[in-house]
Write a protein that binds this ligand. Structure first.
Ligand code: GCW
Length: 711
């Protein structure tokens, strides 16, 4: 075993320090679990596999908490303060427990408080584990307050974290593509790590938010990683075992060309019988090795990945091929809709990358099998700081759609800038494509959009997925405050109506809990001050009015206004001496606005009604165009960039005001890392401000109305 294969024995506890378990740990707690070993394993309603593991996990959690805080694990009939009970007979939906969906292992739990005593019941061990962490999260509040009888169920049946981890270090992208937190927690030295304790610790953190599925390799499947599906299955099974401890199921990203590259077939044509047989056999082997395996994730005909186009087939043909192979096992195929021309000619103004996903996928609505989820990035371009919501989400009622978010901060500061993304995700989840009285995106991906096909409604839609921001860094996420994004994703995946600031408050309460479970109020206030509005602050000094991609090509960090302007990637802003922005109107532009239903197709089309924050996403306007806010475009750029830097300065000062609380209320290592990151954020924000302001001044010749320094 080489040194690389040894994992830091003590990663930061993130939102589960011992102090976070104080309220439950000082009480008398009990758990009722049928013996899930041997014949009882088959009890109806319990997890098909993994129940026994999760059941032992629960027992261990109770022991750990009570040992740390002086409570006791007692018999269920000894009047415990907290009783956790697995009641498989409740799985029928009677007594209000939501029935676990076939592809959903964590179907929710019931929480009853009666005279200060709490009982949590659930139909599966994983759901009961989620109930346990619900009580942990509530802390003292779980046991106080009036009697209550509540049902808690996740809004989405499928809640997935995608890892863009490579087994081998990629020459350009590194071990983790778009990873800003060190190496992979799964792989080192070109193979699965020997020590997977960090993976189990990760699963524990995820279970505490309600996430129960993880795809463990990059959607860009290179030759080495393709073999996870075949030669490496025993190794994948080890990862699955580590994740299963906390009820998290494993998925793999697979290469569409696998029948050729791994199977030696002359083709990967989805309609070829040998290809179909190859995939079926491959899936059979996977489930024979990992009975609770989740399914496959596929990036096809996108940015150079192989796909069905080579055979004159479409995405439905491709997705259904794999769906057919995994269906006998109850598996699901996440087929990504991130498809566009990445070899575009910048001279050609008619091709619009924003249109591509809808143009490719909407015509296929109704053709995808019931176990296919089409996974759609939240915006039509690519995880930008600000962009419109993807119209694909409103255009495929007969397809299970998943919303894809990016927790890893590729375009939002790369975990060097503090940028709490929950407000942005919340806006996307709450966006109502059919207007104020219509359904929201969160309804669509729960299978409740207008005109949802019966199968879409019955399966609960495609749910939600996100690219993880975790690596083998001591703090998991590089920037310790970026942990809040991972936590928030999990919580929004469970309940997309939660307010971002409430989620942040929960995260602070857990992460900064002292040994007695309490958080120093000044720490709470400062974290809110630094994070609540940090995404808007980041937007203000980087991406004005919906322009994206003004980043340095390749690694995507720092400003480069024209960096992508003359490249094949389809990410242009078209600034000239008169104005800036992309005309995506039907009247004079690319026609992208026409992909939206009313009212948005008209709201975006009209300069007078288009929201300021997306103005340049939809329109090309003169620098002197007056925004709805009353200032001109160019003055808005100057104002927001000066202001953004000031707000970063305030964040730095706010954090520094905690100095006297280090290490009592803020651990010294957290403080040191946050300071280092904030210093870089301020340096970078100044660079963004000066480059953007200078660029706009030089292009437009319009001076700043307030005479501030522009170079
Ligand atoms: O945002 C882009 C990234 C690529 C990524 C791609 C995708 C995994 O720059 O690194 O590839 O999106 O989502 O497939």
């Amino acid at each position: 075993m080489s040194s690389e294969n040894v994992v830091d024995a003590a990663p930061h506890p993130a939102w589960l320090p011992d102090g976070a378990l104080a309220a439950v740990g000082r009480r008398r707690v009990a758990v009722v679990l049928p013996d899930l070993s041997g014949p009882a394993r088959g009890i109806p309603g319990a997890d098909p596999d993994g129940s026994a593991d999760v059941a032992s996990t629960l027992r261990a959690e109770l022991e750990r908490a009570t040992t740390a805080h002086g409570g006791d694990v007692v018999a269920p009939d000894a009047s415990p303060d907290l009783l956790l009970a697995l009641s498989p007979e409740l799985s029928g939906g009677e007594r209000g427990i939501p029935r676990a969906r076939p592809d959903n292992s964590g179907g929710g739990f019931r929480f009853v408080r009666d005279g200060g005593r709490v009982t949590v019941t659930a139909a599966t061990a994983t759901a009961l584990l989620h109930g346990w962490f619900h009580v942990v999260r509530l802390g003292e509040a779980a046991f106080r307050g009036p009697d209550a009888d509540e049902r808690h169920a996740p809004a989405f049946a499928l809640r997935v974290l995608d890892h863009w981890d490579n087994v081998d270090v990629h020459p350009v992208m590194g071990q983790v593509e778009r990873g800003y937190s060190g190496g992979s927690i799964f792989y080192a030295d070109g193979r699965v790590r020997d020590d997977l304790s960090r993976v189990t610790a990760y699963a524990r953190l995820l279970a505490a938010t309600g996430i129960d599925r993880v795809c463990i390799n990059n959607v860009n499947v290179h030759a080495r990683e393709a073999r996870l599906l075949t030669d490496d299955l025993p190794e994948v099974a080890r990862v699955a075992a580590a994740l299963r401890t906390y009820g998290v199921r494993t998925h793999l990203a697979v290469s569409f060309a696998a029948p050729m590259t791994l199977g030696g077939l002359p083709t990967s044509d989805p309609l070829d019988d040998d290809v179909r047989a190859w995939w079926r056999a491959a899936a059979d082997r996977v489930w024979a090795t990992i009975p609770d395996f989740g399914g496959f994730v596929v990036k096809a005909d996108s940015e150079g990945q192989p796909g069905p186009f080579a055979y004159g087939r479409d995405h439905a043909d491709g997705a259904n091929l794999l769906a057919d192979a995994v269906a006998p096992h109850g598996g699901v195929v996440h087929w990504r809709a991130f498809v566009y021309d990445h070899t575009q000619d910048w001279r050609d103004r008619s091709t619009d990358r924003a249109r591509a996903a809808y143009d490719h996928f909407a015509p296929l609505d109704g053709r995808f099998a019931d176990n296919v989820v089409v996974q759609v990035k939240h915006g039509p371009i690519d995880f930008q700081t600000r962009e419109a919501v993807s119209p694909v989400l409103a255009g495929m009622p007969a397809t299970r759609l998943a919303l894809e978010l990016q927790v890893t901060q590729e375009y939002t500061g790369q975990q060097r800038h503090a940028c709490y993304l929950a407000p942005w995700w919340s806006e996307n989840l709450g966006f109502r494509p059919w207007g104020e009285d219509g359904a929201a995106v969160r309804d669509v991906v729960a299978g409740r959009g207008p005109g949802a096909a019966a199968a879409v409604a019955a399966t609960g839609g495609g749910g939600i997925a996100a690219v993880s921001n975790v690596g083998d860094d001591r703090f998991w996420t590089g920037h310790p405050l970026a942990q809040a994004n991972l936590y928030a994703f999990g919580r929004l995946a469970w309940d997309p109506t939660l307010a971002p600031s409430t989620i942040l408050d929960e995260w602070i309460g857990l992460t900064f809990a002292g040994p007695d479970g309490a958080v120093e109020p000044r720490v709470r206030d400062v974290l809110h001050a630094v994070l609540d509005d940090s995404w808007r602050t980041y937007e203000s000094y980087t991406a004005p009015l919906g322009v994206g991609f003004m980043v340095r090509p390749g690694h995507h960090y720092g400003p480069d206004v024209d960096g992508y302007e003359y490249t094949p990637w389809g990410t242009y802003h078209f600034a000239d001496r008169d104005g800036i922005g992309v005309d995506r109107t039907r009247a004079t532009g690319t026609g992208f606005t026409g992909q939206y239903p009313a009212p948005w197709r008209d709201v975006y089309e009209d300069l007078a009604t288009c929201p300021d924050e997306l103005l340049l996403f939809f329109h090309h306007v003169p620098y002197t165009h007056v925004l709805r806010s009353g200032v001109t475009v160019v003055q808005h750029v100057y104002d927001t960039h000066f202001d953004g830097v000031e707000r970063v300065r305030e964040a730095v000062a706010a954090w520094e005001s905690l100095a006297d609380l280090v290490p009592a209320a803020v651990p010294a290592d957290v403080d040191a890392r946050v300071r280092e990151r904030l210093a870089e954020q301020l340096r970078s924000a100044v660079e963004w401000r000066d480059q953007l302001n200078t660029y706009f001044l030089r292009k437009s010749g319009v001076p700043d109305a307030h005479g501030r320094t522009i170079y």
